[in-house]
Design a protein around this ligand. Structure first.
Ligand SMILES: *Cc1c(COP(=O)(O)O)cnc(C)c1O
Length: 743
């Protein structure tokens, strides 16, 4: 029988090693009494999207702030005590400090929030389970877009006052770090997270003891330690199996993101789904709505059915309750992208479950089967057991309905019960501070509250062109400075070859039209599409009157040889003297670099193979900073593109797939040569590209209200977490886009 017990260290303890427990969350930081509140602020990632709090840390030591990649826990740990004593007596600092502490207290216990106003009767807590959370680069427990999305979801839920908790993993080795060798091959390495300089605290039971959970499934016993990270008002509970009582292999379960073989992967997902539900109970969090992000978390539904049966419900009753209170979001638009485990493997762990359910082994295993295939498919399981299901863009919703129609053989594709909620991005995280100040000035500070108000954003068109452009140019110079700084450090540290210094972006030109392409290097993203006709591209890039440059960045999954080969192709061209430094590959892309990229490029390129892009959020981040997209009409751009806010090649969806590369590449070259480059270099006497700036402004005005995370989280709340009792046809906020009204 499955059992779990939250144990106190006094009982029969399985404790996370003392070393970590004691030092986590900057336990050893020295702070003068007068400014002792800095530690609470440093340990709540709220500071990362509140500029005045960031400014406080910058004030303490600007260089250290930069050298710690904006990690305040690390900054406080490394700062000379003399400097902290000095700011504790500095009246300017203290005034600022008191204001931020006041803002923080008000943020944490607000009088009113959107949620309280919109859903005054709702008290239920929503638990959001995901294998990755991208909150800040000082917490490397994300790999790419999916993780950053979950982080943005938590931040917006915090801002809106939604009672949400996140549940995931604390990977001690984080995600892979990337260096590129001289031949262009990605070298992977892992860095252990330094717990003492991370905003991570041991999670505590209601009685104050350290939370450690014991789980046993089949013959497999496991101990799970739990950590807490605060994202504003939203707590994240992160599980860690590197604890006493586990054998060496099980300690590795939470070792790193997406590591290990099938067995390890299955065990990870058992920890996420089953452990996730149980730790919330142990911690006294009474979650009643569950949101599974991707199939990785689907075991939560099995666990909740099991628990309801323990409480006396029948299997059918339990299944119905779970369906009514579970939301499942699927992103992956291809069958091969879903986790499938051998049925014998799954059966090893779940005997006590099917017995409790009153099912035999085969009936139980059918919950995870797809028609016509054997194997336990986590997505099929989740689609069967969750009552509310969604894809992450309008297009992706259609693709998912089509792909999963066999699970609903009596329904037509259009009637398959999978809706969509288009992803969005957390504006306070992604909009550059100088750009946000410009919005404050011209739109009014209320843009933060009215961020999903479409009419309101039309005011962006009233911002003077010159101001808009100059603020962008500053962001671009900062991006180029960051690139040069990191390649200079790499050169000095590792004595790399001079051509690598150039490939790393040393010769970038702030006046050139700068195209950004940065995301995970997966094959379907087609990073090398733009190189299909090298000579044609070279002519465009090397025009001395109208120079163009392309910045690439992104990691390949450590096991993805194809992804690494694509990086190598890009890198070799970046080293090619014929491109004169106009192509650069920036190593080790993360959220820190991502911010500079989406704020500082002139044009954001995205050319995935249709219909593989579930949504794509990097283009949304660029758009809200006034950086337009050149993107194929897939994912969000199919909803967002309005002919005035960027560029799109004609849809290739009705062509056979093998034709797409050729047709899309040609369309990209045509657009660049005929429209994009000429418009960018068409300058007014004050050197402002007026036509281009109009497109930049329209990118903001059209995208910010539709693709902000507030719109997304409100939709999840109103339509999926707490739908009105009567089903009603509420259209997605991202539908029915009108053409822009000229102002
Ligand atoms: C936003 C983001 C992504 C997602 O990029 P897509 O183009 O949507 O795939 C990937 N990595 C990082 C670090 C990001 O911030």
């Amino acid at each position: 029988m499955a059992e779990s017990a939250a144990q106190t260290p006094g009982g029969n303890p399985a404790q996370p090693s003392q070393r970590k427990g004691e030092q986590a969350g900057g336990a050893s930081i020295y702070l003068p009494q007068r400014i002792a509140g800095l530690k609470d602020i440093a340990c709540n990632l709220w500071w990362s999207w509140y500029p005045a709090a960031r400014g406080l840390f910058k004030y303490i030591d600007r260089t250290l702030w930069r050298n710690t990649n904006h990690n305040p826990v690390k900054l406080l740990a490394l700062c000379r005590p003399g400097r902290l004593d000095a700011v504790a007596k500095d009246p300017t600092f203290l005034q600022w400090y008191d204001a931020v502490v006041g803002d923080f207290d008000r943020y944490m216990s607000p009088e009113k929030t959107w949620f309280k106003t919109a859903h005054p009767a709702r008290k239920e807590v929503v638990a959001y389970l995901s294998a990755e959370f991208g909150v800040h680069n000082s917490l490397p427990i994300y790999s790419g877009g999916l993780g950053v999305l979950t982080g943005d979801h938590c931040k917006a839920a915090s801002d809106l006052g939604v009672p949400l908790v996140g549940v995931g993993f604390m990977y001690p080795q984080g995600y892979v770090k990337q260096r590129i060798g001289i031949e262009g091959w990605q070298q992977n390495y892992f860095e252990f997270i330094d717990w003492s300089t991370s905003p991570v605290m041991p999670a505590r039971l209601p009685d104050g003891a350290r939370c450690v959970l014991r789980l046993s499934l089949g013959t497999w016993p496991l101990h799970i330690g739990v950590w807490n990270v605060q994202v504003g008002r939203v707590p994240l509970f992160l599980m860690d199996t590197n604890v006493e009582g586990n054998d060496a292999a099980d300690r590795e379960i939470s070792g790193r993101l997406y590591g290990g073989d099938r067995i390890m992967r299955l065990r990870q997902e058992i920890v996420l789904g089953i452990g996730g539900v149980r730790i919330l109970q142990a911690l006294g969090v009474d979650a009643q709505i569950f949101h599974a992000n991707e199939g990785h978390a689907a075991f939560l539904m099995i666990e909740r059915i099991y628990e309801l049966i323990q409480q006396g419900k029948t299997f059918e009753e339990a299944r119905k309750t779970v369906a009514e209170t579970t939301v499942f979001t699927t992103h992956t638009p291809v069958p091969a992208g879903h986790d499938v485990f051998p049925e014998e493997l799954v059966a090893e762990y779940f005997r006590s479950y099917w017995q409790a359910f009153g099912l035999d082994q085969d009936q139980f295993l059918r919950l995870g089967r797809t028609p016509g295939a054997s194997g336990w498919n986590m997505t099929a399981l989740a689609l069967r057991l969750a009552g509310r299901r969604n894809g992450v863009s309008r297009r992706n919703g259609q693709v998912c309905r089509q792909m999963w129609q066999p699970l609903w053989p009596d329904k037509s594709v259009d009637d398959v019960p999978i809706t969509h909620v288009t992803n969005g991005v957390h504006l306070a995280t992604w909009v550059k501070q100088t750009v946000a100040s410009m919005y404050d000035h011209h739109l009014g500070k209320e843009w933060r509250e009215r961020q999903d108000d479409r009419l309101f954003w039309r005011k962006v068109h009233h911002i003077p062109d010159e101001e808009f452009w100059n603020i962008h140019m500053r962001a671009k110079r900062e991006l180029i400075n960051l690139v040069r700084q990191s390649i200079r450090e790499r050169w000095m540290r590792d004595r790399i070859d001079a051509t690598q210094v150039i490939a790393g972006g040393a010769l970038l030109d702030p006046e050139a039209l700068t195209i950004g392409f940065a995301r995970r290097f997966a094959g379907y993203k087609r990073a090398t599409l733009i190189f299909r006709d090298i000579e044609r591209l070279k002519k465009t890039l090397m025009d001395p009157w109208r120079p163009v440059q392309i910045l690439f960045a992104g990691k390949a999954h450590p096991a993805d040889e194809n992804g690494k080969r694509i990086i190598q192709q890009v890198y070799q061209l970046a080293r090619d003297v014929g491109f004169g430094g106009h192509i650069a590959f920036i190593e080790d892309y993360d959220m820190h670099k991502a911010r500079y990229f989406v704020q500082g490029c002139d044009l954001w390129l995205n050319n995935p193979l249709f219909p593989m892009e579930a949504c794509g959020t990097s283009g949304q981040k660029a758009a809200v900073n006034g950086v337009p997209s050149l993107s194929v009409l897939d994912g969000w751009w199919e909803e967002g593109y309005n002919r005035e806010n960027g560029w799109a090649p004609p849809e290739a969806s009705d062509l056979p797939p093998e034709k797409h590369d050729e047709v899309d590449a040609k369309a990209l070259y045509d657009l660049l040569e005929e429209k994009i480059v000429p418009l960018f270099f068409d300058r007014a006497p004050n050197d402002v590209p007026v036509g281009w700036v109009r497109i930049m402004k329209e990118a903001v005005a059209s995208s910010a209200p539709l693709f902000c995370a507030n719109r997304m989280v409100k939709e999840y709340v109103d339509r999926l977490y707490f739908p009105a009792p009567e089903p009603q046809a509420v259209p997605s906020g991202a539908e029915a886009l009108e053409p822009p009204t000229p102002t």
